[in-house]
Design a protein around this ligand. Structure first.
Ligand code: IPM
Ligand code: MN
Length: 359
């Protein structure tokens, strides 16, 4: 197989973790006899520092032409006070829209060995295996009108969802659930918001086409609580853009670290694959960042953009094997027999297991 992969390292820890993920993809190509071509482009704060807009034209065009895009993170405190056009995050929103990737898949499962790795009781989190299906190109992130009043005494955003937008993301959730444990939990705030009432109505309609999938509705506040108290009950969690953003960070805490979570944004051209964590500027450049979110995102790239299922499984197994062997980056609790390692050492352990899987 031949494939063109655009790598967007971005800001903060982005370059470290995409570097690790790209090495893994190169190793996969070698082991399975594929030819992957990688090109790297500026995005976010890195582009702004170079005197370009956050999403330079060249970056957008390369992404539109690629088979898949692997992104690190955007976000840089240097631009925190800028207007939208001068913010790193704007690049990501524009790129998601340009690619039309409306479906953001954020799997969150507890890896064997990491059950006692976080703030939650092992008995509560052991066996957690959920998929957050987050709508990614609509809702309050994109709704117009938006703005700040001239006198800066008020500001406003618009949460807006159309029936077709809800329908297509609900389809993704139900299809995913049908291939998993058959439960969709749809998240909204229908007790308060009109968009949520339409959301609930459309999701219920779509659900009638999937008689084998059970549909439950949860208000987002209640869902946030249940995610912390009984996360095992969730299979597919379907949500709009904003609620999915918030709940997926919480899911990071449930599985032990946000640094573990991957994501795939699909449904449009190619696909955009990025770890859920941000640019983490305070630890950038020190080689300590956990590369697993980015590496498992590369596995999702293989699976969803390239249809390379055995290759994706090989990467997942290498990650699982490394964690089972006790290697722990600083964001993961290293108990008794565990081996604390840097992010680069973790990446090397995973890479070794991709190159030569232990028998
Ligand atoms: C995410 C991030 C982005 C989002 C930011 C960086 C724009 O938090 O992918 O979860 O809010 O979607
Ligand atoms: Mn987020």
């Amino acid at each position: 197989m031949q494939a063109t992969i655009v790598v967007l390292p971005g800001d903060g820890i982005g370059p470290e973790v995409t570097g690790a993920a790209e090495r893994v993809l190169r190793a996969v190509a070698k082991r399975f006899g594929h030819s992957f071509t990688f090109t790297s482009h500026l995005i976010g704060g890195a582009a702004l520092h170079a005197g370009q807009p956050p999403l330079p034209d060249g970056t957008r065009e390369a992404c539109l032409a690629a088979d898949a895009v692997l992104l690190g993170a955007v976000g840089d405190p240097a631009f925190d006070t800028g207007s939208s056009e001068r913010r790193p995050e704007t690049a990501l929103l524009q790129l998601r829209q340009a690619l039309g990737v409306f479906a953001n898949l954020r799997p969150a499962k507890v890896w064997p060995g990491l059950e006692d790795g976080g703030a939650f009781k092992p008995a509560v989190v052991a066996g957690v295996d959920m998929l957050i299906v987050r709508e990614l190109t609509g809702g309050i992130y994109y709704g117009e009108p938006r703005g700040v009043a001239k006198d800066r005494q008020s500001a406003f955003n618009t949460m807006r969802y159309s029936r077709p937008e809800i329908e297509r993301i609900a389809e993704v959730a139900f299809r995913s659930a049908a291939a998993r444990r058959g439960l969709v939990t749809s998240v909204d705030k229908a007790n308060v918001l009109e968009t949520s009432r339409l959301w609930r109505e459309v999701v219920t309609d779509v659900g009638t086409r999937y008689p084998d999938v059970t549909l439950e509705h949860q208000y987002v506040d209640s869902c946030a609580l249940l995610l912390a108290t009984n996360p095992k009950q969730f299979d597919v969690v379907l949500s709009g853009n904003l609620f999915g953003d918030i709940l997926s960070d919480e899911a990071g805490a449930v599985v032990g670290s946000l640094g573990l979570l991957p994501s795939a944004s699909i449904g449009g051209r190619g696909g955009l694959f990025e770890p859920v964590h941000g640019s983490a500027p305070t630890i950038a450049g020190r080689g300590v960042a956990n590369p697993i979110g980015a590496i498992v995102s590369a596995a999702m790239l293989l699976r969803h953009a390239l249809g390379a299922e055995p290759e994706a499984d090989a990467v997942d197994r290498a990650v699982g094997g490394t964690l089972a062997a006790g290697y722990r980056t600083a964001d993961l609790v290293a108990d008794g027999g565990a081996t604390p390692v840097s992010g680069s050492a973790m990446a090397q352990e995973i890479l070794d297991r991709v190159v030569k899987p232990p028998v």
